[in-house]
Ligand binder design. Structure first.
Ligand code: DAT
Ligand code: MG
Length: 140
């Protein structure tokens, strides 16, 4: 067995556009189990921790501002190879080139903003997932 957990965020653009249910639906329809869920208004400290790997990059400040621009929905999904599986469901970072059929490919586009707005975050490794889940769900 290779049961994993991953952190998924429906970013403020996704929540504002009423796409939270659509994202959760795709996760559930794929067969993953939602094991934790919360809506929150993230603050700078939490986001700098979450995005620590991007320290020093020019898009970090616009990214943090964007992620504080409204409520987001955090969830933990569980299943065999869910980390890789959700990254495939999400599609690549740039929504213009993300494949149709993916969350980003179907639901997002270039908005001409400093930071790419692409509806969802998904952990990219077991180490990231463990770290990120602890930030958003310290009780788990
Ligand atoms: P991903 O979310 O696909 O894991 P990432 O971790 O490299 O991508 O970056 C985090 C977020 O930052 C990403 O979802 C959108 C934004 N971003 C990444 N690279 C960017 C760039 N070159 N210009 C603007 N925004 C960017
Ligand atoms: Mg990433």
């Amino acid at each position: 067995m290779n049961i994993e957990r991953t952190l998924i965020l429906v970013k403020p653009d996704g929540v504002a556009r009423g796409l939270t249910g659509e994202v959760i639906s795709r996760v559930e329809h794929k067969g993953y189990k939602v094991v934790a869920l919360r809506m929150l208004q993230a603050d700078r400290a939490l986001l700098l921790k979450h995005y620590a790997e991007h320290e020093g990059k020019p898009f970090l400040e616009p990214l943090v501002e964007f992620m504080m621009s409204g409520p987001l929905v955090a969830l933990v999904a569980e299943g065999n190879r869910v980390i890789e599986g959700f990254r495939k469901l999400a599609g690549v970072t740039d929504p213009t080139v993300a494949e149709p059929g993916t969350i980003r490919g179907d639901l997002a586009r270039d908005q001409g903003t400093k930071v790419i707005q692409n509806i969802v975050h998904g952990s990219d490794s077991v180490e990231s997932a463990t770290r990120e889940i602890a930030i958003f769900f310290p009780e788990l």
